[in-house]
Design a protein around this ligand. Sequence first.
Ligand SMILES: C[S@@+](CC[C@H](N)C(=O)[O-])C[C@H]1O[C@@H](n2cnc3c(N)ncnc32)[C@H](O)[C@@H]1O
Length: 226
Amino acid sequence: MSRGGTRGHTRVRTARGRTAQSTRWLERQLNDPYVKRAKAEGYRSRAAYKLLELDEKFGFLKGSKRVVDLGIAPGGWAQVVRRKLPKAAVVGIDLLPVDPIDGVEILMMDFLDDAAPERLIAALGGAPDLILSDMAANTVGHPQTDALRTMGLVEVAFDFVQQVLAPGGAFVAKVFAGGADSQLVAEMKRAFTTVKHAKPPASRKGSVEWYVVAQGFKGRPDAPGA
Ligand SMILES: C[S@@+](CC[C@H](N)C(=O)[O-])C[C@H]1O[C@@H](n2cnc3c(N)ncnc32)[C@H](O)[C@@H]1O
């Protein structure tokens, strides 16, 4: 690897055994201002800035007391939540192991497991008022399949939201390719006062990732009076 790029830009020479794709990834990582900032500010992932930027725009963190973080690994979003809401109860779930985060309960399990919702609520000790999902399915390299699998996760997350979110609460989720599909958006609009899509500046321009931010939950659809 050569660090002799011009004007602070680090060039990566293709090494034997390294594919052109992984060389591009490494070069991008080394030159990414968010990666540098995350390192300097003690965040485990550059993804932390996506949540910070979304919160700056929509202000859903303020006042939250119980927070669920779906797809928590490696923990950047949970760190943001802890720093902004030091008194909130926070629980996260991921298929992958996550190094402990002070004040955050971490479940290493599949969110699609039938037992997951109950475990999450038991760990929180009550109904969440903020549910975050940065879950992404492992990509298989076929864009339509990848988008469908991630949207499948969003749909399951939205079912969970409808069952457990406290009235007035918010739901923030990663979606693909311009947003949630129209049927899901219509259902979300019925369930929340506002539903907006956003691509925070920290989300790479070339990626198809967007976020949906739903605020003002109207309560369980089957709840009395709903
Ligand atoms: C983009 S990462 C999350 C990054 C995180 N927000 C952060 O700031 O560090 C997406 C995560 O979703 C997790 N994930 C995908 N499918 C899942 C599932 N069915 N159950 C639990 N976690 C899942 C992946 O293992 C991965 O760690």
